[in-house]
Unconditional design. Structure first.
Length: 352
């Protein structure tokens, strides 16, 4: 059998040919173009072909045991990329150690009007105001049931746009109950800037109500699964300290730090793009995210498990998050800008 070609053959082609082609399309259209072809390649067995690059790095030294789960490597895909659990098996072939689907809501919703995603090429960033567009939790459950599930799958849950905040707890309960037997851990999303009023649920009292409700449901299950909180990078240190206290007092299993930012400082892209409403991801959020991770790690004396996400575009960026106190990392915008070789590069660097 011929040896699989390595990244040296294909990575330059991605940046010189494939990425410019994708950049000629609106970002959301490019997303579905790529995932559509990825799924076709998977169905045809081309992702496992000796003539295509192998993205996987398999080594026991990369394994991480956390939340009662074994992750084959610490590099995961962040929520938002596979909102509806459509591409679990094909994404697994790209070498991820875990995937997080969603954000899912109780009822399917179209999200915000298009266009709702923008590239900031000069800043290696994206702005999105997708608004939890998804097919609903029932559709996600059916797709997860059909997937091969060879790596841990997280379920990122949120509330419907039309649900008032004083009734939001029930939305989280519905998603939690329906996904419980089908995902390996949960992420509670109250930090997206694209659902009106959602970030108001990041207050200590509001979070306590949500997690108390979810833990009551969990106590009745045969197996306990980790429930994490995903937080924004824009929180003040006093708010982060409140969250650390909340995690300790209420037995929250960990944090995902961080979601997108509303900060627009230091950007170089055209103002008509920079001024678009929505959450900013990519390189500009890297330092904010890392500082949140570092603060939480230090304030908790390292007792809170953290999944680090935000601005990881290189192996060095991933190591920075891990050295700051993250146990695992997730990719999104860096995966889009750098291609699937980023996963392999990080894992190889961890072994060096």
């Amino acid at each position: 059998m011929k040896k699989k070609r390595d990244k040296a053959t294909f990575a330059p082609m991605y940046k010189s040919i494939i990425r410019p082609l994708l950049y000629s399309m609106p970002p959301e259209r490019a997303h579905y173009f790529v995932t559509g072809w990825l799924e076709r390649f998977y169905q045809l067995g081309l992702l496992q072909s000796p003539f295509t690059p192998s993205f996987k790095v398999e080594d026991a030294r990369l394994e991480r045991k956390i939340f009662g789960l074994t992750f084959p490597n610490p590099v995961g895909l962040a929520a938002g990329f596979d909102k509806d659990a459509k591409w679990i098996d094909s994404l697994t072939e790209l070498g991820f150690g875990f995937l997080e689907i969603g954000t899912v809501t109780p009822i399917g919703q179209p999200g915000n009007p298009k266009p709702r995603m923008y590239r900031l090429v000069e800043d290696e960033a994206l702005i999105n105001r997708m608004g939890f567009n998804n097919d609903g939790v029932d559709a996600a459950v059916e797709r997860i049931k059909k997937a091969k599930r060879s790596i841990p799958i997280g379920g990122n849950i949120g509330k419907n746009k039309v649900t008032p905040n004083d009734q939001a707890v029930r939305d989280y309960e519905i998603c939690f109950e329906k996904l419980y037997d089908h995902v390996d851990y949960f992420s509670v999303n109250v930090s997206s800037p694209n659902t009106p009023g959602l970030r108001e649920l990041q207050g200590k009292d509001e979070l306590k109500r949500i997690f108390d409700a979810l833990f009551t449901i969990r106590s009745k299950q045969s197996k306990e699964k980790a429930v994490l909180l995903k937080i924004a990078p824009d929180l003040e240190k006093a708010q982060l300290d409140d969250i650390v206290d909340l995690v300790k007092e209420n037995g929250i299993d960990g944090l995902i730090a961080t979601n997108t930012t509303l900060d627009r400082s230091g950007l170089h892209s055209p103002k008509e793009i920079v001024n678009q409403a929505g959450g900013l991801s990519g390189v500009p959020v890297k330092n904010k995210s890392t500082e949140v991770i570092r603060h939480i790690h230090q304030a908790s004396d390292g007792s809170i498990p953290i999944i680090g996400v935000g601005g990881i575009h290189s192996a060095d960026d991933a190591l920075e998050k891990l050295n700051a106190g993250a146990s695992l990392v997730q990719l999104y915008t860096g995966f889009i800008y750098e291609g699937p070789w980023l996963i392999k590069n990080i894992n190889k660097r961890l072994l060096s």
